[in-house]
Structure formats: structure tokens, C-alpha cells
Design a protein around this ligand. Structure first.
Ligand code: GLY
Ligand code: MN
Ligand code: MN
Length: 461
């Protein structure tokens, strides 16, 4: 945990912004895998981590915006728990680690909510994403499951996003640790990417590195020779020379701060000329986008910059044609890059996505597009000093999407379908880094992971 003052100050800042009512933070509970006491890896809720810091299950915190008090709910371990799980600090000791003055039994949380509802007080809660917390809110507040998200507190969500999206130096230091683990994961995959091995051998090894580095992976490892499938979690194939391997992975450090990197590598260690040509376009899009990062720039404009570089590159290869700006404005590039340039990252790999993507990546000035491809841009708004974003352009050849667009003759003025046909089976390329927005520009987080053709081949040799 950080020093207790960090959490105290964060809560004070939040209370300052909230008018009235009670603000509830529900920690997460253990979740059974196949019988009650055999549980999934426990992950605390990130908002709870941000304002309380305690990574233990079965806790909740309530702030009273009128009385300006804060209470931590949870139960002390009893002897039965201690026999199986070892001695644990008392609730009062845990609360002290976060500078919280009041504690109460976990069961009292329910009573406080029921009382506040009866008294007609405003109850600020966040959109629940876990079944256990949905069931609790449904039962205590009598809100149908389908309405829980809509009835969550927009005022609270906006206040939290404004606070959490600006990363402080101590948070960046934690993210750097997660990045170092990410470096080890990616370079290990590069060294292991030899024909005859199975994808799962690489995936399992790098997941182990994430566990050894702190709190495991920040999302399930994406590692596949079918990199055209954006989030491919199938690791069953044998590696073959001549194919590309896309590895998208990241780690959580001990404090649950995340990294998220993608590298694409040639199985066996040498890119073919055709792979080099497409790879270089994605690399240019990645590096030019990173160079354009600075405060007060719309991230959507940087997304479009990378899309234009991709269109220009694909034109040079004969796959696209026509006016570059127009192709991007109309969304023709989305045949090859059907996703956004990046997202915020912090305590979550897609930071604060539980609060709602539009609250995190958009605002009053910048609204999400509904155009295929551009609509998937998670972060479109103006960059600020302290934001951390991923930069992850890609080029993919998705046979089913190519077939659909070709059958509709979609964007025929921009796409040379006869040429595109020849790239079916090529796979996909994505290159992703984690970037801090600084006062004057940007800073790459973590040790640079090889990404030029020369450096990737050197690491693999
Ligand atoms: N880890 C999925 C992504 O890069 O957003
Ligand atoms: Mn990623
Ligand atoms: Mn990402």
C-alpha cells in the first residue's frame, strides 16, 4: 500500500466534490470456480483500491458526504479462519493503514444502506460488474438488475474519473514495475518463438512471469499466429516458420497497477519481405502517434493520424487507393484496422472501464463516433498531463470481413480487393506501448521493448 495519507487525501478530494448523501464503495468478494471454497484468483475492485488500498475480500467503505465521515466495513478473522489462512490484522489495524477512523462489522453495511434508503438519502453507487455486488444492491436498494447501471451515480463516476485519470508520480513508479514485467514477458516470448513449440508453452511461460512479478496478468494473454483475431485467447496451435505470432500481454504489479504491450514477431526469427513491408507501416503508425502525444491534443486526432499512415502505407503496397483523408473520414481503413488507437491504463488495463467507457474516453466536447472502426476508439478526448494511454495501431487481414466488404463492393473507390485477397492468411500485426502524457509531450513507460525489424530479429536470434 501507499502511505495512509495518500488514501486520506484522495478521499478528502472526492468528498470535496460530492454534494450530499452517502457514497458507497463495494469491495470484491471471493468468487467460486467449481465449488465454494475453490475460488478464482482474487482481485480487489480498483475504485476500492484507489480510495482504501486494502486488497482483502469482503469489505466495503461508506463515505458520508454530509457528516464528512468514512467507515470501513468488514469482519475480524475468527479462529476457524486463522487455522486455515493464518493470523490476519484486525479490522481496526487495517483501517489504520488507510487512515480510516471508523470500522463496523460487514453486516452493518446492509443496515446502513437500508436505513439511508428509508430516510430518503441520496445513495451514490458505481455500476456493479460482479454478480455478488449486483445481488446485494438489488436486494438492499430494491433496484431491478437491468436498471443498476442506469441508476448508478453519474456525479460520483465523473468525480472519480477526474481524479483517477491523472496519475501521480508514486502511481507512475508502480506502473513502471508492471512495465518491467511486461518487458520480460514480451522478450521471453520472442526468444521462445521457434517452430515446433506450441503457442500454449509461450503463453504459460509468460503468464508465470507475470505471477512472479507481482499479481499476475493484467488481462488474459493474447498470443496467436492468428493475430487477425483481435483478442485471440486460443493457444492450441503449433508454431510454424513463415507465420507471424502476435503477443498482447501485460502484468499487474503487487499494487495492482498494470502494463499492456503488444509485439508481433516472425516465428523462427526472420521476417519475410512481405511481412517486413506491412510491419513497417504499423511501426510508423505507432511511432508517429507516440511522437504526437502532448497535452491539449484530442486523442481521436492522433488515432486518425495513425489511420492515415496506415492508408498511405497500404496504398504504397497497392492494397488501397484514392484520397487518404477521405478514406479515413469515411472509415475505409477499418477493413484493416477495425479498432481504436488505445485506451487509458492504470489500476485497470482498460482503466475505469467498469465506470463506463464514455465517461473515461469522451466528454462534453468529444463524443463517440458511430462509424464502424472509429466507434471502437475507447479514448477520444483531449489529453492532459498525467494521462497514461496505450498506443496500439494494427493491420489485420480478417478473411470473413474481407469477404463481406468485397461482396458489397464496399469502399471500392479506396480498396483494391484483388490485391487484398492475396493477403488472406497473412494474420495480423499490432504494436502497443504505454505512454505517459507529460507537460511538454510524452514519456514511454518501461524499458523499451524491441520493436524495429532489426531489434526484434536481434532479440529473437
Ligand atoms: N489488452 C487488450 C488491449 O490491448 O486493449
Ligand atoms: Mn494490449
Ligand atoms: Mn491495450
Amino acid at each position: 500500500m501507499f502511505q495512509k495519507e495518500v488514501y486520506k487525501n484522495r478521499r478528502a478530494e472526492l468528498l470535496e466534490k460530492m454534494d450530499s448523501g452517502i457514497i458507497i464503495f463495494m469491495g470484491n468478494q471471493e468468487s467460486p470456480m467449481n465449488y465454494p471454497s475453490n475460488t478464482y484468483h482474487f482481485r480487489q475492485d480498483s475504485n476500492f483500491l484507489y480510495y482504501v488500498g486494502l486488497p482483502h475480500p469482503n469489505m466495503a467503505m461508506i463515505m458520508d458526504a454530509d457528516a464528512k465521515t468514512c467507515t470501513l466495513y468488514g469482519d475480524d478473522f475468527e479462529i476457524d479462519d486463522i487455522i486455515w489462512m493464518g493470523p490476519q490484522p484486525k479490522m481496526t489495524e487495517l483501517a489504520a493503514q488507510s487512515a480510516i477512523d471508523h470500522t463496523a462489522p460487514y453486516g452493518d453495511f446492509d443496515k446502513v444502506l437500508i436505513g439511508a434508503k428509508k430516510a430518503g438519502r441520496k445513495i451514490h453507487f458505481l455500476p456493479p460488474y460482479r454478480a455478488e455486488n449486483k445481488i446485494k444492491l438489488n436486494a438492499l436498494l430494491d433496484i431491478p438488475f437491468a436498471e443498476l447501471k442506469a441508476k448508478s451515480s453519474t456525479e460520483l463516476i465523473k468525480a472519480i474519473v477526474a481524479q483517477r485519470e491523472i496519475k501521480t508520480d508514486i502511481e507512475i513508479a508502480e506502473m513502471e514495475k508492471a512495465c518491467e514485467t511486461g518487458y520480460m514477458m514480451q522478450t521471453t516470448a520472442m526468444k521462445m518463438a521457434k517452430a515446433g513449440r506450441y503457442e500454449r508453452e509461450l503463453a504459460g511461460t509468460i503468464e508465470g512471469i507475470a505471477l512472479a512479478g507481482g499479481n499476475g496478468v493484467s488481462f488474459p494473454v493474447i498470443l496467436s499466429q492468428n493475430g487477425e483475431t483481435l483478442h485471440n485467447h486460443d493457444h492450441s496451435q503449433k508454431l510454424e516458420n513463415g507465420r507471424l505470432l502476435l503477443v498482447d500481454c501485460g502484468a499487474e504489479n503487487e499494487m495492482n497497477y498494470c502494463s499492456d504491450y503488444t509485439r508481433t514477431m516472425p516465428v523462427g526469427g526472420k521476417f519475410s519481405d512481405r511481412q517486413k513491408a506491412v510491419y513497417q507501416i504499423v511501426l510508423d503508425a505507432n511511432m508517429e502517434a507516440i511522437k504526437a502525444i502532448k497535452p491539449n491534443v484530442l486523442y481521436r486526432d492522433i488515432h486518425f493520424l495513425s489511420c492515415r499512415i496506415i492508408v498511405e502505407g497500404l496504398q504504397a503496397l497497392g492494397l488501397m487507393k484514392g484520397n487518404v483523408n477521405e478514406a479515413v473520414e469515411k472509415g475505409a481503413h477499418a477493413l484493416f484496422m477495425p479498432h481504436g488507437l488505445g485506451h487509458q491504463i492504470g489500476l485497470d488495463v482498460h482503466d475505469m472501464e467498469d465506470l463506463g467507457e464514455d465517461f473515461v474516453g469522451y466528454d462534453e466536447k468529444t463524443k463517440r463516433s458511430s462509424l464502424f472502426g472509429t466507434a471502437y476508439l475507447r479514448m477520444g478526448k483531449e489529453l492532459k498531463t498525467g494521462h497514461v494511454v496505450t498506443v496500439e495501431p494494427g493491420i489485420y487481414f480478417v478473411p470473413t470481413l474481407i469477404d463481406i466488404w468485397k461482396s458489397e463492393n464496399k469502399f471500392a473507390e479506396f480498396i483494391n480487393y484483388d490485391e487484398v485477397e492475396k493477403y488472406k492468411g497473412f494474420g495480423g500485426i499490432r504494436i502497443e506501448d504505454d505512454i505517459l502524457v507529460t507537460e511538454n509531450g510524452y514519456r514511454l513507460l518501461g524499458r523499451p521493448i524491441p520493436k524495429t525489424i532489426k531489434d526484434v530479429e536481434a532479440m529473437m536470434a
